[in-house]
Design a protein around this ligand. Sequence first.
Ligand SMILES: Cc1ncc(COP(=O)(O)O)c(C=O)c1O
Length: 350
Amino acid sequence: MSYVRDDIQRMSGYVPGEQPRDRRYIKLNTNENPYPPSPEVGRALREFDPARLRLYPDPVAGGLRAVAGGLFGLSADWVLAGNGSDDLLTIAVRTFVDQGGRIAFPTPTYSLYESLAEIQGAACLQIDLDAEFELPPDIATRAKGASLLFLARPNAPTGRATPLERMRQVCRDFPGIVWIDEAYADFATDHCVGFVRDFPNVVVSRTLSKSYSLAGVRLGLAFARPELIAEMMKVKDSYNVNALTQVAAIAALKDQAHMQATAARIRATREQVTAALRDLGCKVLPSEANFLLVRTPQPAKAVMQQLREHGILVRYFARDRIDDSVRVTIGSEEEMAAFLAAMSEILGGA
Ligand SMILES: Cc1ncc(COP(=O)(O)O)c(C=O)c1O
């Protein structure tokens, strides 16, 4: 006899990218930002009085939600804060999907969506991206029967961003919730936050883990009509965003200039690295994110292992359609120079 639900025993569980503690690697495996967060974050944390930790944090993170909404001309009741955007994705599944219900998403995409469906006891409707890893035009029709459609834009691990007009069409045509996961939107040319004014069925989520260099702080944001936010509020843990995170996130969000400057630097490096990898014979998808999906001329798993021997971590997914590629986070200019030198050696170009 087991004490554990059958479907939990059956699932393998989401596997996050490696966070080595034993040795210093150039870490290009988990899409973290190579640059430090805004200096305002350090200032805010230094000024934080530890005596305040005696008390629970603001359960609804009111100040933080007002600042976040203000960036897009929205009031706090259009915003939900989470312990990273992964927390918000969990809240999404618990709010919008019945046990035994259905969740749709294109594939390949962020593999957490599938794990969350399994935990909920929901079925997955997986819809193949086309040969160029773009959304099929009839995705809204093919996703029917699901109450929640996850669309990462830019998508992970492909880096592709579906054109806004196509996104609008999907939001119009799909009869359930369209959750647009914009974890990487600050590295793209445009975004969908404005959709939440036009569509009662759209939620857009963001994270401070990537463009704001705050993966360790854990802060995600979701934007939607106040009616939807109010329902999700009922589902979240009471104190899902801790007091230190609220303070750090407010400081980071207020320093837009810092975030924009580091995002621009990463975008510029991304374009240089894309060109250099193509010169080395790799096929690189055009990316609007802070990573590249790189199809290598030699088996990708071996390339990943050899990079590791050079002290460089990248991500390899043993998954259909992407097992011939590695996903490479855009690091600093120096890190990417070291990565390209190693790739040149591994691929025989040196
Ligand atoms: C598409 C996508 N959504 C969400 C997340 C989770 O981000 P967070 O750190 O906010 O939980 C990631 C992280 O890699 C991601 O790739």
